[in-house]
Design a protein around this ligand. Structure first.
Ligand code: GSH
Length: 216
């Protein structure tokens, strides 16, 4: 398998952490998100959406980060990362779809306004953040409630659901995600952040120092 990725992006961090968590080996080809490598024909031939990441395995050109996590779990036969029990799998599917359709967008606005814009010498738009806040809080309340009385989302141990749902908030401090009212989320995120796969996939060492300085 070969992974095409840039370790600084949300969905690439998800897949790098996830493949490590699953124990799936892979070759890698690094692209530069900020240089726009993902828009070049060599890459769009693999992922016509011009988005990172993508995985190539033989004739399979797989995009959508959560599909990559499921595929790698099944290929590796990792029944702990992706348990075979239909009820747990149903639950994991729900969280992967929710992450992709709702939570990613819910957190992404904060990433753009509070991380990407400052890096690009632009100014966060408080009106955009204020308008978006109700959407974020509605989604965060759902996640916080789901984590009530449990350590992990879908099983009594971490699964690919936890990796996927944690990814959109991976830079939560720099994103300035308003998490003050969500103790279950912050406690769970600390557990995710303690996972070796999460620590090894930290994007900060890959962010150029001149960009990091703008986030200080
Ligand atoms: N649903 C896709 C989303 C992929 C995605 O949005 N990737 C971002 C980086 S995290 C990207 O490459 N965006 C293209 C761009 O901003 O030009 C997935 O989960 O793989």
């Amino acid at each position: 398998m070969k992974l095409y990725y840039d370790p600084i992006t949300v969905n690439c961090r998800k897949v790098i952490a996830g493949l490590d968590f699953i124990g799936a080996g892979y070759d890698e080809e690094r692209l530069s998100y900020f240089a726009g490598d993902h828009k070049l024909p060599a890459y769009t031939a693999i992922n016509p959406n011009a988005e990172l990441p993508a995985l190539v395995d033989g004739s399979l050109k797989l995009w959508e980060s959560n599909a990559i996590l499921i595929y790698a779990s099944e290929k590796a036969g990792n029944m702990r990362a992706y348990p075979a029990d239909p009820e747990i799998r149903g639950d994991i599917s729900r969280w992967l779809l929710w992450e992709s359709s709702k939570w990613f967008g819910g957190c992404y606005v904060y990433l753009v306004e509070n991380v990407v814009k400052p890096i690009l010498d632009d100014v966060p738009d408080q009106a955009v953040l204020d308008n978006h806040a109700p959407t974020f809080h509605a989604q965060a309340a759902i996640l916080n409630d789901a984590l009530s009385g449990r350590d992990w989302l879908s099983a009594d141990h971490a699964t690919i659901a936890d990796i996927a749902v944690a990814a959109p908030m991976h830079l939560h401090a720099a994103q300035k995600l308003p998490l003050e009212s969500y103790p279950n989320i912050t406690a769970w995120m600390s557990r995710v952040e303690a996972l070796p796969c999460w620590q090894k996939s930290d994007p900060i060492p890959h962010i150029p120092p001149e960009f990091l300085a703008k986030l200080a």
